[in-house]
Design a protein around this ligand. Structure first.
Ligand SMILES: [Fe+2]
Ligand SMILES: [Fe+2]
Length: 294
């Protein structure tokens, strides 16, 4: 693994991976005022995640996520030769990603996944959509392979072309060598106008990793939700229409539909995993192979 060149402070600027999501919630608050009150209630229980740790997280993300870095990570991880696990072991594995900083020990990674999937199920969506909710952050296991936080979570964006000023903290891209590289700093960079996102490399993280892991098993709508759920510069800000084609626009309806379930489904009562497990085991068995390759 190539993380040796980063200091510990650079590998883990955040006390908790969830600090990025808490910050998203501040940037994109729930329009539903009741849920907003609920979210406030919940925030009160946390040490206010230092604004500056999130800022530092983005500084590192924007500095190091270059076109070459993404190519290197794709080569390293898309071989899927790190580990092979039954689906349920993978959830247990993900749950070993615990933060000392989190005062609520019940609120582990699986809880966020279950709250997302249960909110989708409660709205009567198709079962593959529910499964997408359950799986969508599975790619965060990258952290357990020693990857820096800024190469696992964070808003994603296209690499190989100009960074949009609609991306959070755009000024931090000044430190990214690609912003001074003529191959990569024009509007289209290495891409053609409206070439379609399937031809575009995104900054490396849990979204692309999981998409590549499950792309043969789920409907395309589900795959768009998984692959682009952190691409806020597009699904919230429409900053990359010039790279999208008609097919992308069609399928981004699903990405937009998914986003509120991801951001606003934190419930005060955690779902009962024991009770829910049989339903989800059947659901996973319907779509996924017995083991997943990481
Ligand atoms: Fe995510
Ligand atoms: Fe999520």
């Amino acid at each position: 693994m190539s993380t040796t060149s980063y200091s510990n402070a650079e590998i883990a600027p955040l006390a908790s991976l969830d600090d990025w999501e808490d910050d998203l919630l501040k940037r994109y608050p729930d329009p539903d005022s009741i849920a907003q009150a609920k979210a406030k209630e919940e925030f009160r229980n946390y040490d206010q995640p230092g604004r500056d740790t999130v800022t530092e997280f983005y500084r590192l993300n924007h500095k190091y996520q270059t076109y070459d870095f993404v190519m290197e990570k794709e080569r390293e991880f898309l071989k899927f030769d790190k580990k092979e696990m039954p689906v349920w072991d993978a959830f247990q594995f993900l749950n070993t990603l615990v933060d000392d900083s989190d005062p609520d020990i019940e609120l582990d990674q699986l809880q966020h996944l279950l709250q997302t999937s249960e909110a989708i199920r409660a709205d009567g969506h198709p079962d593959w959509f529910v499964l997408t909710g359950l799986l969508h952050d599975m790619g965060k296991v990258l952290c357990l392979f020693g990857e820096p936080q800024w190469a696992v979570v964070g808003d994603t964006f296209p690499v190989g072309c100009k960074h949009s000023d609609k991306i959070v903290y755009p000024e931090f891209f000044d430190a990214n060598p690609d912003s001074k590289d003529e191959r990569y700093n024009t509007q289209y960079g290495v891409y053609e106008p409206n070439c379609g996102l399937r031809n575009v490399h995104m900054s490396w993280g849990h979204d692309e990793y999981l998409y590549q892991m499950v792309k043969d098993y789920l409907p395309e709508s589900a795959l768009y939700m998984i692959r682009y759920h952190s691409f806020y510069a597009q699904h919230r800000e429409q900053a990359y229409n010039h790279l999208m084609d008609a097919h992308d626009h069609e399928y981004f309806k699903w990405v937009k539909l998914f986003n509120p379930y991801d951001l606003y489904s934190k419930a005060p009562t955690p779902p009962n995993w024991k009770e829910l497990r049989p339903y989800y085991e059947d659901l996973a068995a319907k779509y996924l192979p017995t083991t997943l390759k990481f």
